[in-house]
Ligand binder design. Structure first.
Ligand code: KG4
Ligand code: ZN
Length: 344
């Protein structure tokens, strides 16, 4: 690359208003995230209408702060990238319209990015990809094993048939009366608890790389209910440790089997649940033993941010993908289709 490439990226798919500037697809010049967690906490989950309103209030401030931190001007950018989906439609629309306005006013190319492609590309900020690559995507809305044979191409080889891993964490946390978001709370309790309850592991049919977490969630609810009826009190720490052990074992084992089956050269972990200590430990142990390179993003790049959108947007930019002025928020954007389309 003879000239440095700079991408301004925007992410507003859920409850974080985020902007970042990425140099050459791999270097963070600035990465600003305005979290709304405090506003949603008292409702026990993300309220879409409140999320949209916060994004409207924050987006200009966050973009200006990003430029200020990078000490750059919008004129220095090669392109503007934005999450176009999946996510909450009202939330996505704020980012998409901000990106369109910035791109149009400054005559810059506009690039639409798939949120999950972003989560996967968070790993490329640290380290170059080697293909074929397998990504374990575990977020609040998605649980997927994604095979990548080259940059920008995504093949889903397994996915959840019911709840996403993060969703299971959040639902179980709610039954344990833990604050939102429940994933980090369960993770924290699991570190000090003991695996005293043998919860089920949903392996599904032989050779399947799909997941299922709803049975586990019901098993946790049933065991809390039954113990209450018997007048016993289960320690929250032990329930958390036992639940986490089931989730982590299934995720780790299925990822390992898929990595062997497709003979991949690299495995990457992606999505909000990638912040989970238990999962990070088990995957590291398993893949180290098998000498298969594993990449795990730093904590601030696991949960929603715009640096990852810039990293994925940089590849889309190099591959010639361009969005038109009719770019729209797409709450159910498909990852495989996103990867196979070309907007030249
Ligand atoms: O990727 P993300 O920030 O948003 C989506 O795209 O969905 O993921 C959010 C999810 C939530 O369900 C949250 O509870 C979960 O990630 N999460 C965790 C941890 N940190 C965040 N789950 C388990 N352990 C954690 N440490
Ligand atoms: Zn996410």
């Amino acid at each position: 690359m003879n000239k440095d490439q700079f991408i301004l990226a925007i992410e507003t798919s859920c409850d974080e208003t985020a902007a970042a500037i990425i140099k050459n697809g791999q270097e963070i010049m600035a990465n600003v995230v305005a979290s709304q967690i405090q506003s949603h906490k008292r409702f026990g989950g993300v309220v879409p209408e409140i999320a949209s309103r916060h994004h409207v209030e924050q987006i200009t401030i966050v973009v200006e702060e990003t430029l200020r931190q990078a000490n750059m001007d919008i004129g220095d950018m090669d392109a503007i990238a934005v999450t176009e989906g999946p996510g909450l439609v009202g939330a996505l629309l704020v980012g998409v319209n901000a990106a369109k306005a910035l791109a149009y006013a400054n005559q810059k190319p506009l690039i639409g990015v798939h949120h999950i492609a972003g989560h996967i590309y968070a790993n490329r900020i640290e380290q170059e990809f080697t293909f074929p690559l397998l990504a374990l995507v575990v977020s609040g809305g998605h649980t997927e094993l994604v095979l990548m044979r080259e940059h920008g191409s995504f093949e889903i080889i397994g996915e959840t048939r019911d709840d996403a891993a993060g969703e299971a964490y959040d639902k179980v946390a709610r039954t344990l009366d833990l604050p939102y978001p429940g994933g980090p709370e369960i993770d924290r309790l699991a570190q000090v608890g003991e695996e005293t309850i043998d919860f089920p592991r949903a392996w599904l049919e032989e050779g399947s790389f799909d997941f299922s977490f709803s049975g586990l969630k019901s098993a946790v609810i049933n065991s809390l209910h039954n113990s209450k009826q018997r007048g016993e009190v289960l320690k929250k720490e032990d329930v958390a440790a036992s639940f986490q052990a089931s989730v982590v074992e299934v995720l780790t084992e299925k990822t390992f089997q898929a990595a062997k089956r497709y003979d991949v050269k690299q495995v990457v972990l992606a999505g909000g649940v990638a912040a989970n200590k238990g999962l990070r430990q088990e995957l590291t142990k398993k893949f180290n033993e098998a000498s298969i390179p594993l990449s795990i993003p730093p904590l601030n790049l696991c949960t929603d941010n715009a640096a990852m959108i810039g990293a994925a947007g940089a590849i889309a930019y190099e591959q010639g993908h361009r969005a038109g002025w009719d770019l729209n928020a797409n709450p159910s954007l498909d990852l495989e289709r996103y990867g196979s389309r070309k907007q030249l």
